[in-house]
Design a protein around this ligand. Structure first.
Ligand code: MN
Length: 243
């Protein structure tokens, strides 16, 4: 559905976007999908069976936080966790994408953090309720600049790590992903139609832990790039005009 600017009854919201490394161009974000449980060590640390098939959840596109940005500590949680993840950005999509065609859909790759209100996620899980309140909150998707696949290729191995205040918290390798990138795209496209502008956070290695106001999170994926964000104090309560 489309309309010209004059036909909207309010000003349309800004297009969410991620910087493209080494350029002044932006990648516009349509949807953010995330893979649950895609590294064995993280599945074990959360107490689940590694043989479970992967599943997906989503975040709103405007949850993106740029490299160098600030994440206000979100409300209602006492246990926000960092999950460093390889981000895949799509330039095309479709339904039932065969694994051997999936790489053709990829624009590029970046480093992201799936920030998680772990206490609320677990409470929702235990009550068999949806995960949005634990996963899809404001500023929950920091994402570093994208590197085009045309420049770096399609990384299937390489160190993925996160440091908090200079101390190593998470470390793994992309080879440890249970479902590789083509399989993630193929499986997800069986459930929903994928399209240009979609990004996928592909799961986190072990070492997830709490992060608090004042923390500096530095992430790196070998061959892909870096992401640094600061966790800030909570935003002041307001009766209207959030963010
Ligand atoms: Mn995650």
């Amino acid at each position: 559905m489309s309309a010209n600017a004059n036909s909207y009854v309010i000003t349309p919201p800004a297009q969410a976007a991620i910087a493209v490394a080494g350029t002044d161009k932006m990648f516009p974000v349509r949807r953010i999908w995330c893979v649950g449980r895609n590294y064995e060590e993280h599945i074990r640390e959360m107490g689940h069976d590694v043989r479970d098939p992967p599943f997906f959840f989503s975040k709103p596109a405007d949850a993106i936080v740029a490299d160098g940005g600030n994440v206000p500590y979100p409300p209602l949680t006492k246990d926000m966790h960092h999950e460093v993840e390889l981000v895949v950005a799509l330039k095309s999509g479709g339904r039932n994408i065969p694994f051997d065609k999936a790489l053709d859909c990829i624009y590029g790759y970046g480093v992201g953090i799936d920030l998680t209100r772990r206490d609320l996620q677990i409470a929702s899980r235990d009550m068999k309720r949806p995960w949005e309140i634990g996963k899809a909150f404001d500023a929950s998707a920091p994402c570093g600049p994208l590197q085009p696949a045309g420049k770096i290729g399609h990384p299937s191995k390489g160190r993925i790590a996160l440091k908090a205040n200079g101390k190593l918290r998470q470390e793994g390798d992309l080879t440890q992903m249970i479902w590789n990138v083509p399989e993630v795209i193929g499986k997800l496209s069986e459930m929903v139609a994928l399209a240009a502008g979609d990004i996928i956070m592909t799961g986190t290695p072990s070492g997830v832990a709490a992060t608090v106001p004042g923390d500096k999170l530095e992430c790196e994926i070998e061959g892909v790039g870096r992401l640094t964000v600061a966790i800030g104090p909570p935003e002041p309560p307001s009766l209207h005009s959030p963010r």
